[in-house]
Design a binder for this molecule. Sequence first.
Ligand SMILES: Nc1ncnc2c1ncn2[C@@H]1O[C@H](COP(=O)(O)OP(=O)(O)O)[C@@H](O)[C@H]1O
Ligand SMILES: [Mg+2]
Length: 291
Amino acid sequence: MTKFLFFSGKGGVGKTSLSCATAVMLANQGAKTLLVTTDPASNLGDVFGQEVSLDAKEVQGVANLFVQEINPHEALQSYKDRALAPLKALFPDDVVKAAEEKMNGPCTEEVATFDQFIACMHQPDYDWVIFDTAPTGHTLRLLELPSSWSLHIEESAKGSGQTCIGSVDALSASKEQYDNAIRALADPETTTFVFVTQPAQLSMDEMVRSSIELRKLSISNQVAIVNGVIPVDEREHPYSSRRWKKQEPHINELAKHFAGKIGYMPLYADEVKGIAMLKQVGRDLEDAIAL
Ligand SMILES: Nc1ncnc2c1ncn2[C@@H]1O[C@H](COP(=O)(O)OP(=O)(O)O)[C@@H](O)[C@H]1O
Ligand SMILES: [Mg+2]
């Protein structure tokens, strides 16, 4: 059965770096692994040094690892294409155009993106599917959608076949897939949420808030990774000791407010980029937290 990992946290805290390193680690252990980014500002291609697209592509230099990108604009376009195709055969251009304009709202883009996200959860030949998610608030909103969504699809299928944004036929994921996704997300054996945070007030506050929100959605299997901690042997150094003194109280505080496992990852001298670095970070991650 496929297992899911979701990386969540504020922009810039290290989600992409740590999700990539985790993916490399699992693939190196022999698990067939898919890494999906749903971040509109994704830089997966940059991290792996190769092109990433909506079709899953094997990563050169790491056996068993595939990467895939859900781009909201492309998701919207392909959704519109599917929704409009039947109209094109029946109606004049101006009618089709009017229908297309109605689909240009942010709601449609979100639904189209989420639809691809759900479809990505249904790729049974992978042992692990890892999501490098969009920033927290956005992700949470998407997660709140499925229960009402699946109802919406059911009703629409019975009635006119119209959802708020187009016909049910334009969805690439089925109602069954939506239901499965909700179940999988709430099943601690299947899904783990990984919160990435810096040892700093803002990102930790946001993490604790998101953690509570997720628990309300019955998503309870949560772990936290504090990323960018000054390494032990650097803490006496005059420059980094000041940074460490700022980090330490936040690290102590988090342990009081977060119920799940907490792992700590060091601040590296270099950016997390390229296969060799990802393998190193992956090994550190394996020691820091068992996923
Ligand atoms: N532990 C770390 N040590 C050093 N640099 C890091 C570390 N974690 C992330 N970075 C760097 O910080 C930047 C932001 O990280 P990224 O993973 O892209 O964050 P996010 O995906 O959360 O926006 C990148 O340049 C990345 O290489
Ligand atoms: Mg990122």
